[in-house]
Design a protein around this ligand. Structure first.
Ligand code: NAP
Length: 288
């Protein structure tokens, strides 16, 4: 095996108490006997630029980016991947040998890979109810549209944000129909009763506020698909209620592992073995 250089990776976000990314990646690096390290960098928005400069000074190889920096970090980067540009959010930064920083987005591919592995049902022509209109919503919607989704129904608390996503995506994806609603709009239950898949991209229900649910899921039908991007806890109140109503429910854990694998590929040009990703995910999952 080729001798490897030390490489520094990490996660930039704030707060980061809920993150299991360092456990996941360091488990993999140890198993692959790589001299790599993955660190949590809890950085407040006011320190984002100076923190990036410090990471550059120590020669970091790349970072993942999470709330609240996914959009704000763009202005500090030199290049954006086509996905990151279309989505308007970055979750992976790659430090080039020339010192330039490239922003990518693997949330989109991570969600689609997770859907294909877990839900396994056709995306093409299907209707999706998306809760929330932030960075993760845009990534999920972009991925679904690329796969030929029939209808995207965005339910969010700031209606203008939904309209903005509609405008952005309609320009790119002519075959998908878009419509935005206020998160409390009564139409939600009629879409659920038509068996639109429900995807929660809001942080409502995430640790420590686990007793919260983003919307009432009246109208949800037996056999419907419900995804919650939250992975801590793995069974949110939304998923528990949906399951008790006969829905097929999925947490954000597989998406988390899939997007991590795609980030590793962007950083190193190598693919992680599926069984090692599952093993590391299982190990890291114990810390949720
Ligand atoms: P974000 O950009 O801050 O967007 C969050 C969205 O949720 C915004 O539209 C926000 O509304 C909405 N929201 C927040 N609180 C709400 C409330 N009380 N009621 C209704 N809507 C509310 O965050 P993000 O990056 O998209 O992440 C969102 C969630 O997805 C987080 O829980 C994150 O951990 C999860 N996520 C998981 C993965 C994974 O791999 N599993 C990947 C990415 C994200 P406003 O726009 O009105 O503020």
């Amino acid at each position: 095996m080729k001798e490897e250089d030390v490489k520094i990776f990490g996660l930039l976000g704030y707060p980061l108490e809920h993150s299991i990314s360092s456990i996941f990646f360091n488990y993999i690096f140890e198993k692959l006997k790589l001299p790599y390290g993955y660190f949590l960098f809890p950085v407040k928005p006011s320190n984002l630029s100076s923190s990036l400069n410090k990471l550059k000074a120590i020669g970091f190889a790349g970072v993942n980016v999470t709330i609240p920096h996914k959009e704000k970090i763009i202005r500090f980067l030199d290049i954006l991947s086509p996905e990151a540009e279309a989505i308007g959010a970055v979750n992976t930064v790659i430090a080039g040998a020339d010192g330039r920083l490239t922003g990518g987005n693997t949330d989109s591919g991570g969600f689609i890979n997770a859907w294909k592995k877990e839900a396994g049902e056709k995306i093409q022509g299907r209707s999706f109810v998306i809760l929330g209109a932030g960075g993760a919503a845009r990534a999920v919607i972009y991925g679904l549209c690329k796969e030929g989704a029939g209808r995207i129904l965005i339910f969010c608390r700031h209606f203008a944000k939904g309209l903005k996503i509609e405008k952005l995506m309609t320009e790119k994806f002519k075959k998908t129909e878009f419509k935005s609603f206020n998160i409390n709009d009564e139409k939600l239950s009629s879409f659920l009763s038509e068996k639109a898949a429900l995807i929660n991209t809001t942080p409502v229900g995430m640790h420590p506020d686990t007793k919260n649910i983003p919307v009432s899921i009246r109208g949800l039908r037996k056999g419907s698909i419900v995804y919650d991007l939250i992975y801590n806890p793995e069974k949110t109140l939304l998923l528990k209620k949906a399951k008790s109503m006969g829905a097929k429910t999925f947490s954000g854990l597989t998406m988390l592992l899939e997007q991590a694998g795609l980030s590793y590929h962007l950083w190193t040009g190598r693919k992680l073995p599926d069984d090692l990703v599952r093993e590391a995910g299982k190990f890291a999952g114990r810390f949720l």
